[in-house]
Ligand binder design. Structure first.
Ligand SMILES: [Mg+2]
Length: 176
């Protein structure tokens, strides 16, 4: 049905940086980084603490998808996150002002952007803030297959998540 690979739309905080884990209990396999992305360059601010798992880069690259950043880090994901995971520079979805599309109907502000950006292309979206309203919106407005895969921000991406992502393109009947 599709002769191009599906896209993996990748959030940073939650799936790659399990920010909601207990502060003193860094999840196993992660290393601690101090970062100053855009908005954190004021020396009076403490650098942002980010936990990353260096195994995630190779695991993501092994998946049958084209990887795309779908994060408020925007281009900073290529500067600060990708090199520490062993990822190449990836395309970035530029949201403009992130919360400008927020509404009260429970649909995440990213969701409408993603429908528009995908333009019917098969994709999986990995994010810690996906809810039922997003699934309903996607089903109603995105014409192709889409996997909305929520990751728990207390633990980040786990082997089971990678297994689901690896299998999905075949199950969806798309490329892969
Ligand atoms: Mg997130």
């Amino acid at each position: 049905m599709h002769d191009v690979r599906p896209v993996l739309l990748l959030d940073v905080d939650g799936p790659l940086n399990p920010y909601a884990a207990k502060p003193k209990r860094r999840p196993a396999g992660y290393t601690t980084h101090r970062m100053r992305p855009e908005g954190w360059d004021d020396p009076r601010l403490r650098p942002l603490r980010v936990w990353l798992n260096p195994g995630h880069g190779p695991a993501l690259l092994a998946l049958p998808y084209d990887l795309v950043w779908a994060t408020t880090w925007r281009h900073d994901a290529n500067t600060w996150i990708a090199p520490r995971l062993g990822l190449p520079r990836l395309p970035v979805i530029d949201w403009g002002e992130p919360h400008s599309a927020a509404r009260d109907d429970g649909v995440h502000w990213k969701t409408r952007h993603l429908v528009e950006w995908a333009a019917g292309r098969v994709f999986a979206w990995v994010d810690d803030e996906i809810g039922e309203a997003d699934r309903a919106f996607m089903a109603a407005h995105h014409p192709g297959p889409a996997l909305l895969h929520r990751v728990d921000p207390r633990v980040g991406l786990l082997p089971d998540d990678f297994a689901v992502l690896a299998d999905w393109p075949r199950e969806a009947g798309g490329a892969g």
